[in-house]
Design a protein around this ligand. Structure first.
Ligand code: FAD
Length: 279
């Protein structure tokens, strides 16, 4: 059974969207990295969130999550890697699993960091973003892990357990991925290694990598006043749509995206019912 709405990101935008979509009676799944990996989590004081001066980032995120849980939203800890739209339904890959939804709200915050030379060219030919999904293809081989996410070391351990020889690079700044048909080596911050696979483990992906064809302006998702993107049933909210990069703006946009996605799903359901009645 597809979820009515799948939300990518469990920050202020995604959690506000979840609360407001639930208040319109829609089923909601929030897929996000662990809360402690949210950029706001370590903030000691958030002084400009209305009504809650001095609250810490962790307290604010915990309160928002509790509110969304009490509203009936479901949660899944994991990283969304890609999406595909087929026959009116969104298929969203979360690690090695697949979730299905009628509408999607992108609330993934800002994606920091540019692609490395060779990254796009060798994607699927030695470059991967998910050790648990693609690791088996590299069993018994030498691979490099570029660790930027909180779970990167665990993913490197998983690769070792299945028989890969792993060179781990902790948050390298400069990398170049080299090869001919496939990856053959990597140069990371001056250190080179002969490898057949390169796992680049970031907490976030660029929005247009997650949704091919998504309109992006200066790195931010283009939306209208309903927080609709140009893709069918895809809405966006929060830092990923642009500044001011602030929690209250994210929560406000989350409200609009949640309501708009709920209206989109209701509309589709009405159209389907009408279609069934007339046939
Ligand atoms: C140190 C610091 C202090 C700050 N202080 C303040 C302040 O005082 N006041 C204020 O208003 N704002 C502050 N901010 C800014 C505030 O944190 C952001 O504006 C706000 O968190 C944006 O909310 P969001 O929901 O859009 O994105 P985020 O809070 O960034 O949430 C996005 C979530 O989605 C997850 N995610 C991303 N990609 C994926 C994926 N592919 N799959 C699954 N999950 C994914 C991320 O890990 C993250 O948890 C601060 C930020 C920092 C870093």
């Amino acid at each position: 059974m597809p979820h009515d709405i799948l939300i990518i990101g469990g920050g202020p935008a995604g959690l506000s969207a979840a609360i407001n979509a639930r208040s319109r009676g829609r089923s909601v799944l929030v897929v996000s990295n662990p809360p402690a990996e949210n950029p706001l989590w370590p903030a000691k004081r958030v002084d400009n969130y209305p009504g809650l001066p001095g609250i810490s980032g962790a307290e604010l995120l915990t309160a928002l999550r509790l509110h969304a849980e009490e509203a009936g939203a479901e949660f899944c800890t994991g990283k969304v890697l890609s999406t595909a739209f087929m026959a009116g339904t969104w298929y969203v890959s979360v690690g090695s699993d697949m979730e299905v939804a009628t509408a999607v709200i992108l609330a993934a915050g800002v994606s920091r960091g540019k692609k490395f030379p060779g990254e796009a060219e060798f994607l699927g030919r030695g470059v991967s973003y998910c050790a648990t999904c693609d690791g088996m293809l590299y069993r018994g081989k030498a691979v490099a892990v570029l660790g930027y996410s909180g779970t990167a070391r665990q993913e490197a351990d998983f690769l070792r357990e299945i028989g890969c020889t792993v060179t781990y690079f902790d948050q390298p700044r400069h990398c170049e991925i080299l090869g001919d048909e496939r990856v053959e080596s990597i140069v990371c911050d001056g250190e080179s290694a002969a490898v057949e696979g390169v796992f680049i483990l970031r907490p976030t992906a660029a929005p247009d990598d997650l949704f091919p064809g998504l309109a992006v302006e200066n790195g931010y998702v283009a939306v209208d006043r309903r927080m609709a993107t140009g893709l069918p049933g895809v809405f966006a909210a929060g830092d990923c749509t642009g500044g001011p990069l602030q929690a209250v703006k994210a929560a406000g946009e989350g409200l609009i995206a949640g309501q708009s996605a709920a209206a989109y799903v209701a509309d589709l359901n009405r159209q389907m019912k009408k279609g069934i009645q007339t046939t």
